[in-house]
Design a protein around this ligand. Structure first.
Ligand SMILES: C[S@@+](CC[C@H](N)C(=O)[O-])C[C@H]1O[C@@H](n2cnc3c(N)ncnc32)[C@H](O)[C@@H]1O
Length: 416
């Protein structure tokens, strides 16, 4: 193989896509990953790094454009690490995601059709944003880097959150507070906002009155220092009335971010349940458990996070689900082995997937159906291979995070 020159410019056709949606080309037998290049394009590029089996590069010119290339609507696209697919049509993004998932599933011998459920909104669907505080104010992270990228707006979040970004950014800059905070989280539910200011250790007391008055009384202001969240002003809960339930969330409790698709996801899960007894592992703030319990099923939820568990208990109380819903606070690896079987078990673990103990317990458990909701296809595929006493019967891709490289996978399994 010829020496590869990192200072040189190369030209290649894009043959396929890598796992992060980058274009894949070949140079002297090596694979080259080229972010934001589309299949069948001819591109000119520089190499940015060389590894034993692959190269990374950056496109400097698209010599032959794909008809599926579009103008990205966001001025930060390419630099900001949030979005992956703004340079192509939403149809093509879904096709790429489906192809990448199918490639991964082939490794565990799943060859059947994958159904895709698109997001009703390509942009403006997110109900939460985590921003970093840099010298210039509110920022997001740059792509594949810890460097900060100053942004004044994010197209993935609602207009209300964008207005809050503008107000909070001004507050931090005008009060010279850039050195006091590391992060700011903004969440929205039903037009109500919660803002958590992550204060650096040892900084002076901060007066939030000014920013609270501009954000108005539909907002709750919280401060987090040393991992402890303290309510400062306004509403102390976020409220919503989704799936016919009265829900209250603490500002740091997990909640699904795409409010336009979550109802479809939960209905899909409920429709695929068999029998009347359900265990819901990694149950978060209990919305899915409550939704299923309200359909005359007996549900046991298991959740490790204390604030999520407390929210789940509140949801049970406010919606009078005492007779059909039990929420257990603890680790699925510890709790699940102690429970007798159920007709259906739902698992919705974090990105790291299920630990071995949970998989082993599931393999031994008396259960007819397993429904696995995953936000990381790599750990999903790993766990499919380990779930040896189950047959994967269907896979559906829910595009909960449109325009980004992420999506949700729901696998339906039957016990062999
Ligand atoms: C992806 S969220 C799912 C939440 C819920 N199913 C929903 O739709 O809102 C994963 C949840 O698992 C919880 N969790 C993480 N590790 C856990 C463990 N070992 N045992 C139980 N819960 C865990 C997290 O606190 C989080 O609430």
């Amino acid at each position: 193989m010829k020496d590869i020159d990192l200072d040189c410019c190369y030209e290649s056709n894009i043959e396929s896509y890598g796992y992060d949606g980058e274009g894949v080309a070949r140079l002297d037998g090596k694979v080259v990953f080229l972010p934001f290049a589309l299949k069948d394009e001819l591109v000119r590029y520089n190499l940015t790094s060389s590894h034993s089996t692959f190269l990374n590069g950056m496109v400097c010119e698209v010599l032959r454009k794909s008809p599926l290339r579009i103008q990205p609507p966001c001025k930060y696209f390419g630099r900001c690490g949030g979005c992956t697919y703004q340079h192509t049509t939403y149809r093509n993004e879904l096709q790429i995601k489906k192809t990448l998932l199918a490639d991964q599933l082939r490794k565990v011998n799943f060859e059947s059709k994958i159904e895709v459920v698109e997001s009703p909104k390509e942009y403006g669907y997110r109900n939460k944003i985590r921003m970093f505080v840099g010298k210039e104010g509110l920022c997001l992270r740059e792509r594949a880097s810890h460097k900060l990228c100053k942004v004044d707006k994010c197209l993935l979040v609602s207009e209300k959150i964008n207005r809050a970004i503008e107000i909070i950014d001004k507050f931090i800059l005008m009060q010279n507070l850039t050195d006091c905070f590391s992060e700011v989280v903004i969440r929205e539910e039903n037009d109500h906002l919660a803002v958590i200011f992550y204060k650096k250790q040892g900084k002076n007391k901060i007066n939030y009155q000014g920013v609270y008055l501009i954000l108005n009384d539909f907002t709750g202001i919280f401060e987090c220092e040393n991992g402890v969240i303290v309510h400062k002003m306004g509403n102390d809960f976020l409220q919503s009335d989704e799936h016919g339930l009265d829900c209250k969330f603490r500002p740091n409790s997990f909640h699904q971010v795409n409010k336009y698709l979550v109802e479809t996801l939960y209905h899909f899960v409920a429709e695929n349940i068999v029998g009347n007894t359900i265990i819901n592992c990694y149950s978060g703030a209990g919305v899915l458990s409550g939704f299923i319990a309200s359909k005359n099923k007996r549900v046991t939820g298991i959740e490790l996070g204390l604030s999520e568990h407390q929210d789940a208990e509140k949801l049970k109380e406010e919606n009078n689900l005492f007779s059909c819903l039990t929420n257990i606070h603890g680790d699925c690896g510890e709790i699940l082995p102690k429970l007798i079987g159920a007709d259906s078990i739902i698992v919705d673990p974090p990105r790291s997937g299920m630990d071995k103990k949970v998989v082993e317990t599931l393999n031994d458990k008396n259960c007819r159906r397993l429904i696995y909701i995953s936000c990381n296809s790599a750990t999903f595929v790993r766990d499919v291979a380990r779930l040896c006493n189950y047959k994967l019967v269907s896979v559906t891709l829910f595009d909960m995070f449109s325009r980004t490289g992420e999506y949700e996978v729901v696998g339906i399994f039957d016990k062999i």
